[in-house]
Design a binder for this molecule. Structure first.
Ligand code: PLP
Length: 421
């Protein structure tokens, strides 16, 4: 019964190194977050030992009395948090949740209509070599070339042209709110189902800072680990249990998965409890405010003068999209430059990007992890100024000075104090 350090010092060193990396850098990948310690505890627990194929009360294995309690708590909390009659908490990830949703709503060969990957959509919304692009006939809508926003008239035109079975609302890189009522109207007009993938903004919805897609959509899917701040995993919701409940359950198990990850489901239950609290809502408000401060700083004269701008001129959510098409830096260079200063972001194609996807002309910068770390307005102003100063100076930036400013912030907000991996 050896400890990890005794049994496998190489992996123990990775855990220690990663904890150090998370502590000593500014994590600004929009899809990441820091989970509460209680979530780490539930996820790293003996529940990983349990097989529980099936659903609570209807398992194909014995000994499920404890894990049934955990799964029922997660289901009830998910339903209460999002005002849904149906919840399935078993998807291992956002991608498997989405595969199950399409399995329940459509038949291979049916047409699906979602936001194009190049304009901020997700792989599972119809990318060519993803299961969604291989099994379904994919049509896409894009953002408007002048406003960079989703134009609902264009969505309607695409829906009338392609007559999809499923319309997908949701995104991985888009800085504004979607009009779910308008999506519903279009879906009704063309006889399509409306599926919303709120993976990125679910935490904002939970906090009441973003309109909820639940009342307007037939099915809603999400990841649990982005703004929602839980373990890496997925979740499916539906407004009413009658409609798709049975189909969705069978699409997840046995359609998509075998045994559910009960340790992750318990951790999901914990995260959903946290997400119903006031502290969580305050953190989501700090998240959005931080992204807005960032957008404001990155549209200032010195940054604009260096050819850097922000898509749509601002943000309503937890991220801002930096447009480098007129800058001397490409996405890769900007990502590397910020990385060398201790700030982690990801390069991201902007709509109509002239550069290849491996290089790109954009950055996606998110604030959820730093808000979870305790950053508020003052700290986000400092972060925004560090990033703005570096991007404006480009390859001539004073990286040592930026690094020192980053270290001041990370020192002032210790992450997981006392935790040793
Ligand atoms: N849906 C959206 C909108 C996403 O942005 C992502 C992840 O980036 C996913 C689904 C997939 O989640 P996962 O990485 O857990 O499979």
């Amino acid at each position: 019964d050896q400890s990890l350090a005794e049994l496998d010092p190489e992996i123990a060193a990775v855990l220690e190194g990663e904890l150090g990396r998370q502590r000593d850098t500014l994590e600004m990948i929009a899809s990441e977050n820091f989970v509460p310690r209680a979530v780490l505890q539930a996820q790293g627990s003996v529940l990983t030992n349990k097989y529980a194929e099936g659903y609570p009360g209807k398992r194909y294995y014995g000994g499920c009395e404890q894990v049934d309690i955990a799964e029922n708590l997660a289901i009830d909390r998910a339903k209460a948090l999002f005002g849904a009659e149906y919840a399935n908490v078993q998807p291992h990830s956002g991608a498997t949740a989405n595969a199950a949703v399409l399995h329940a709503l459509a038949t291979p060969g049916d047409t699906i209509l979602g936001l194009s990957l190049a304009h901020g959509g997700h792989l599972t919304h119809g990318m060519k070599i993803n299961f969604s692009g291989k099994l379904y006939n994919v049509a896409a809508y894009g953002v408007d070339p002048d406003t960079y926003r989703v134009d609902m008239d264009a969505v309607r035109d695409a829906a009338l042209e392609h007559k999809p079975k499923v319309i997908i609302a949701g995104w991985s890189a888009y800085p504004r709110q979607l009009d779910f009522a308008a999506f519903r109207e279009i879906a009704d007009e063309v006889g399509a189902y409306l599926w919303t993938d709120m993976a990125h903004f679910a935490g904002l919805v939970a906090a009441g800072l973003h309109p909820s897609p639940v009342p307007h959509s037939d099915v809603v899917s999400t990841t649990v680990h982005k703004t929602l701040g839980g373990p890496r995993s997925g979740l499916i919701l539906a407004r009413d249990a009658e409609g798709f409940g049975k189909k969705l359950n069978s699409a997840v198990f046995p359609g998509q998965q075998g045994g559910p990850l009960m340790h992750v489901i318990a951790a999901k239950a914990v995260a959903l409890k946290v997400a119903a609290g006031e502290e969580f809502a305050a953190r989501q408000a700090a998240t959005v405010q931080g992204a807005q401060i960032l957008a404001e700083r990155l549209t200032a004269a010195d940054v604009a003068g260096a050819g850097v701008s922000v898509l749509t001129g601002g943000t309503d959510v937890h991220l801002t999209l930096v447009d480098l098409r007129d800058s001397a830096l490409d996405g890769q260079q900007a990502e590397d430059l910020l990385h060398s200063a201790g700030i982690t972001v990801n390069r991201n194609a902007v709509p109509f990007d002239p550069r290849p996807p491996r290089v790109t002309s954009g950055l996606r910068i998110g604030t959820p992890a730093l808000a979870s770390r305790g950053f508020g307005e003052t700290e986000f102003r400092e972060v925004a100024d560090i990033i703005g100063t570096v991007l404006a100076a480009g390859t001539g930036a004073d990286i040592e000075a930026a690094k020192a400013r980053v270290q001041k912030l990370t020192d002032a907000f210790p992450l997981y104090p006392g935790l040793a991996q």
